[in-house]
Write a protein that binds this ligand. Structure first.
Ligand SMILES: Cc1cc2nc3c(=O)[nH]c(=O)nc-3n(C[C@H](O)[C@H](O)[C@H](O)COP(=O)(O)O)c2cc1C
Length: 203
């Protein structure tokens, strides 16, 4: 794979620890612009993004999401020590990332169907394209010398996130993308044998 895109695809990896160095607003705009070029059903762009760079906002968000997660873990009967450990790790990741991008699914412009099966398919299409938009962010970040981590926590407490950020209820928070400059160098995670992933290939 000789070209630049192949290089970025291969070297990209999830980063959860960052240097204490801000990301320039222009670079964050470039990431969002990259997201906007992703394919989407009917070209409706069923996504909205919030960018959070203020420490106080990250702390507030981490605190509120942590409280909700703790309730969920208590319901799951997880022991207190494990709960505290998980909350600390999660909070540190969110608070110590210099910038966060919050991708939200936005379904208001998608088609509506009277039956559940087609409605679910429409929502799935929108969700697929949100994933494509996020991947554009990750690859653009890689090409700019930035690093990202993808946290799915907001998907498990969307109302909490909306409440902290005062977001409209038409927005469904799906992830937190940590953005910054990598501290150290995380290992690239192995992939299963490529051959095992192809179930059918006609020459
Ligand atoms: C939809 C999605 C949700 C993810 N959620 C989390 C998460 O909540 N916490 C986390 O540390 N990593 C999360 N990740 C990152 C994956 O763990 C990571 O992509 C995977 O282990 C492969 O590693 P790599 O990205 O370094 O290649 C998520 C990735 C995706 C695509």
């Amino acid at each position: 794979m000789p070209n630049d895109l192949a290089k970025f695809l291969k070297q990209r990896h999830s980063v959860r620890k960052f240097q204490a160095r801000d990301v320039a607003p222009e670079q964050l705009w470039q990431l969002l612009e990259a997201a906007s070029f992703a394919p989407s059903p009917h070209n409706r762009q069923p996504w909205r993004f919030a960018v959070l760079t203020q420490l106080a906002t990250r702390q507030k968000l981490a605190q509120a999401m942590g409280e909700r997660w703790k309730e969920q873990m208590l319901t799951d009967k997880i022991d207190e020590q494990t709960i505290q450990k998980r909350l600390k790790t999660s909070s540190e990741r969110i608070v110590n990332a210099p910038a966060l991008i919050l991708p939200c699914l936005y379904l208001a412009k998608m088609d509506s169907y009277p039956d559940e099966a087609r409605q679910t398919a429409e929502t799935t299409m929108a969700t697929q394209s949100l994933g494509a938009a996020i991947q554009n962010i990750l690859l653009m970040a890689e090409s700019l010398g930035l690093a990202c981590g993808w946290l799915s926590a907001p998907l498990f407490c969307p109302a909490v996130v909306r409440n902290v950020l005062n977001l409209d209820k038409s927005l469904i928070p799906h992830a937190l993308i940590l953005v910054g400059y990598e501290a150290g160098k995380a290992e690239n995670r192995p992939r299963p044998s490529f051959d095992d992933l192809i179930i059918h290939f006609e020459n």
